[in-house]
Design a protein around this ligand. Structure first.
Ligand code: ZN
Length: 372
């Protein structure tokens, strides 16, 4: 009977016979890389010409070869301005986000500008809602007043206005509706007429860019034509060109007080399964005169973002939405991840995927973090 040691010796001799000894390789390998283990052990180290890790050895080397750099200029800060408030009110579903009265909006805008941000995006919450969304295009509506206030104190801050009707409609849909028994329809052309009036009133108040977010057909062309005819040929359009019906908008609806009272938005926002259709939607907006193309939401739609950026070569924006924000906030609160590291990674990934502009509720923090 063999001892256990003898059995092991026989097994290792059989292994050596099966595997050729790596003599030629050992000769080519620099001294520092030669194996120091026992001579009969198989050497798997090849002579490497390419060693990508060389450029990852130090922070300075990594900084030198970094392909995507974030800057405060990349971000738009969304702001919610409310006609109903005397003082700011926290949005429970979005920690760190507030609804602001007009009297505070200027300070908020000035702070954003002092941090190095270039642009804010305004959403309005009116005192009254109705079936014609009349607050959306009122000369002294909440957004119109906020734009005038901001531009009087911060003329260089790019002031963008959300153009939609949902915050102003008593039913919370983005357009004029017609009820047929249990069915309802959002009427396209009737809605576009009101969107045009809204965009014109924002331009008259001094908005630099209007941002239609409703997804009605033909609204970009109609708004462009009306702006030009009204003497606002320098007012740009940031089109929510590919906006998907997404579950990630939920917390926003608390912030903007705009949940639909019945039905959902799938007859106008896009089916999240469709990418080719998104490109067709974007192509229409390009033809109709959009200056900036937006994809919304962000992370689940990076394939769309990349394709829009590659295909159209126009300034491309992405909206990192409330649900995406709330998820990271919740995880950070539970100490499951580091908020700052995760946010920098997400924003860099969005820029890498083709975003020239990112609307994000972290814009302020990002501007501070990027200052170092
Ligand atoms: Zn809407």
């Amino acid at each position: 009977m063999q001892t256990p040691n003898a059995t092991r010796r026989q097994a290792s001799a059989a292994l050596v016979r099966l595997v050729p000894r790596p003599r030629p390789l050992a000769k080519l390998t620099p001294a520092c890389l030669r194996p120091t283990f026992a001579p009969r052990t198989v050497c798997l180290v090849r002579k490497l010409v390419h060693r990508p890790r060389r450029l990852r050895r130090s922070p300075a080397l990594r900084n030198l070869v970094r392909e995507t750099q974030l800057s405060a200029y990349d971000f738009i800060l969304p702001l919610f301005v409310s006609e109903k408030l005397d003082q700011r009110r926290a949005v429970a579903s979005m920690p760190g986000v507030f609804q602001l009265p007009v009297k505070e909006i200027v300070d908020e805008a000035r702070d954003a500008q002092d941090l190095g941000l270039q642009a804010v995006l305004l959403f309005g919450i009116p005192e009254q809602k109705d079936e014609q969304a009349s607050g959306a295009y009122a000369e002294n509506g909440i957004v119109q007043n906020a734009v005038r206030a901001i531009k009087s104190k911060c003329p260089d801050l790019v002031t963008i206005t959300d153009v939609c009707l949902c915050e102003y409609m008593s039913h919370g849909h983005c357009g004029v509706t017609r009820i047929d028994g249990d069915d309802f329809h959002v009427l396209n052309d009737e809605t576009v007429e009101l969107l045009v009036k809204t965009a014109l009133s924002h331009a008259a108040a001094g908005a630099d860019l209007v941002a239609p977010s409703d997804m009605m057909d033909g609204r970009i062309g109609a708004i462009r034509e009306a702006l030009d005819a009204g003497g606002f040929d320098q007012t740009g359009i940031m089109s929510y060109a590919a906006k998907f019906a997404s579950s990630f908008y939920e917390p926003f609806r608390e912030a903007a007080e705009s949940p639909p009272q019945f039905g959902d938005r799938r007859s106008y926002q896009m089916d999240f399964a469709n990418a080719d259709e998104a490109l067709r939607e974007v192509a229409l907006d390009v033809d109709e005169g959009a200056d900036i193309l937006m994809v919304k939401p962000a992370l689940p739609y990076m394939d769309i973002l990349w394709r829009v950026h590659e295909r159209f070569g126009k300034p491309t924006a992405v909206y990192h939405v409330s649900g995406e924000y709330a998820m990271i906030k919740a995880a950070a609160e539970k100490r499951l991840l580091n908020e700052r590291a995760a946010v920098l990674e997400i924003m860099t990934a969005l820029k890498r995927a083709g975003a020239d502009i990112i609307a994000t509720y972290w814009a302020r923090e990002l501007a501070k973090w990027l200052r170092g």
